[in-house]
Write a protein that binds this ligand. Structure first.
Ligand SMILES: NC(=O)C1=CN([C@@H]2O[C@H](COP(=O)(O)OP(=O)(O)OC[C@H]3O[C@@H](n4cnc5c(N)ncnc54)[C@H](O)[C@@H]3O)[C@@H](O)[C@H]2O)[C@@H](O)CC1
Ligand SMILES: [K+]
Length: 505
């Protein structure tokens, strides 16, 4: 399980660790890891390479300047761009100069080419977007990266400057890195969109902080082995009823496909059986595709209600919520969700940004939801009393009474396709029937859903995924089979999560 901690938690842990170490030791640990990454991204040879270090006035700038000094000692031609010369990190700047590096003022600097650019503007002390001087420097770098030929690799120190470390919000100009080398622990802003889109390949440097991190993490990201452990196993004595029956209320004559997709993925969720309840024409379509499905009302261990049902004038959501079993409400069903929901059984809702905005009401818009995802998922939990899976580029799952939010690491923009949400609902609802909690069912389903898409992209890069394809690959076997895609001259470190290739972002 990968975890991420807040700036406050990191600062407290750093203080505790620093009290046990000689002065400057912690920063030098970070710098050693940073330099190792720079060397890798320079292809293993440093001598003669040109490196630009963009340095702000805090310790993040200090990290970058010390790294520049070490690279200069190994024969690199290093130029530091100082955003505020008077306040530059004095130790780092002295080390750089002593190693033969040059320093220039940002105001009179022009980019003359480099193989590597380090973003040391701000780290966890950053607030808001890049200020104008830093934005102008990176605009030059960005032009060079876009020009034909090989532009520099842009490596962010600890976090891309301009991204909020605590929540991934981006409120102004921000660095868009190829690689981010983060220290001590992951930061929430590296894992949640829109910040996550600025990170590039994520590398982790262990500086010994973990034992000093106190309190619950802000975020957890499941890894393949966590998902394996959370998946239901069909033991020898299982029968279909013991493994759980999931009831699906989905589709309508207007949207019959939602019924087929949600049912298909529920069948592959590990539940023992799927029961479908819907209009007779729609039921016939489901049965034609999946003769395994039970048709009509009956006992279930969970309900999925909402995908493609249209206007819920028949009280289908209310009827499902009245039963003594876990319920997943999605899509059209969300419009009929009476909230806050008061029931003693797990209730999982799975809105996308538009549905989340409607649940929250004025002045929320889908754009505002996308920009502040962590705050939104917590607000939805508070307002609805439900476990909430907020779909999107970095799907989040939060539950009442738990300060830790799960972020899904397998998402890909290729999942933004019609019917994809219906597949996710069937899968998560099926996992509810097997006895998983709403929190686990939601986060495991999101992981498998993304892993299935990645599996399809791995088989045929660049293909357009349709929701029906996902149903076909949705088996436990999809977990962990997706290798790390290569990025511009990078060697993935073991801690790097599976990420979408850039071309699909
Ligand atoms: N504290 C420690 O022991 C360690 C710190 N490390 C590094 O230190 C960083 C934190 O250093 P600091 O606490 O000095 O903070 P930062 O270096 O992140 O930034 C603080 C400075 O930036 C200014 N600033 C804030 N927002 C800005 C913006 N949008 N544009 C321009 N300037 C802005 C602030 O006024 C302040 O001067 C970490 O991210 C990491 O890189 C590492 O060396 C590991 C050890
Ligand atoms: K940075």
């Amino acid at each position: 399980m990968r975890t991420a901690f807040s700036v406050d938690q990191v600062r407290r842990a750093e203080a505790a660790l620093m009290a046990q170490l000689p002065e400057g030791e912690l920063m030098q640990r970070a710098v050693a890891g940073l330099v190792a990454s720079c060397v890798r991204h320079l292809g293993g040879r440093v001598y003669g390479k040109r490196v630009v270090v963009v340095a702000g006035s805090g310790d993040n700038g200090g990290d970058a300047l010390y790294a520049g000094a070490r690279l200069a000692r190994r024969g690199a031609v290093v130029e530091a761009v100082l955003l505020d010369e008077a306040r530059a990190h004095s130790g780092g700047l002295a080390a750089l100069r002593a190693s033969g590096g040059r320093a220039a003022n940002a105001a009179d600097w022009t980019f003359g080419g480099a193989e590597l650019v380090l973003d040391g503007v701000v780290g966890i002390g950053g607030r808001g977007g890049l200020r104008p001087a830093a934005a102008a420097v990176f605009a030059q770098v960005e032009r060079a990266r876009r020009a034909p030929g090989t532009g520099p690799i842009l490596l962010a120190v600890d976090i891309p400057s301009g991204v909020d470390s605590d929540n991934g919000e981006v409120t102004g100009p921000a660095v868009r890195a190829d690689v981010t080398v983060t220290f001590g622990t992951h930061k929430p802003g590296l894992l949640i969109s829109p910040g996550a889109e600025h990170v590039g390949a994520l590398e982790f440097v262990d500086i010994g902080l973990t034992p000093h991190l106190e309190g619950e993490p802000v975020l957890q990201a499941l890894e393949a082995q966590d998902v394996q452990a959370l998946l239901p196993t069909a033991s020898a004595e299982s029968n279909k009823y013991r493994r759980g029956v999931v009831g699906v209320v989905a589709g309508s004559t207007r949207y019959p496909g939602a019924a087929v997709l949600a049912t298909g993925s529920a069948l592959r969720s590990g539940a023992g059986a799927v029961r479908f309840v819907g209009e007779s024409e729609v039921s016939a379509g489901v049965l034609a595709q999946y003769p395994e499905v039970l048709i009509g009302a009956g006992r279930v261990q969970s309900w999925v209600v909402g995908p493609g049902i249209g206007l819920d004038d028949g009280g289908q959501v209310a009827a499902a919520l009245a039963e003594q079993v876990p319920v997943l409400v999605d899509a059209d069903g969300l419009a009929a969700l009476p909230h806050p929901v008061h029931r003693p059984h797990p209730t999982l809702i799975t809105p996308h940004a538009g549905e989340a905005a409607r649940l929250l009401g004025d002045p929320w818009t889908p754009e505002r939801v996308e920009a502040t995802r962590l705050a939104v998922v917590l607000e939805l939990v508070a307002r609805t009393g439900c476990t909430v899976l907020l779909k999107g580029s970095t799907t989040l799952v939060a539950e009442p009474g738990n300060p830790t939010v799960r972020v899904n690491p397998t998402g890909t923009p290729a999942l933004a396709t019609a019917g994809s949400g219906d597949v996710l609902s069937g899968l998560a609802g099926g996992l509810l029937a097997t006895g998983r909690t709403a929190y686990d069912a939601g986060s495991v389903a999101a992981y498998l859903h993304g892993a299935a898409a990645r599996e399809l992209l791995r088989e045929r890069p660049g293909r357009q995924i349709i929701a029906g394809d996902l149903v076909e690959v949705l088996t436990a076997g999809a977990v962990g089979t997706t290798p790390e895609p290569a990025r511009r001259g990078t060697a993935a470190t073991p801690s790097t999560p599976p990420r979408a290739p850039r071309s699909t972002r």
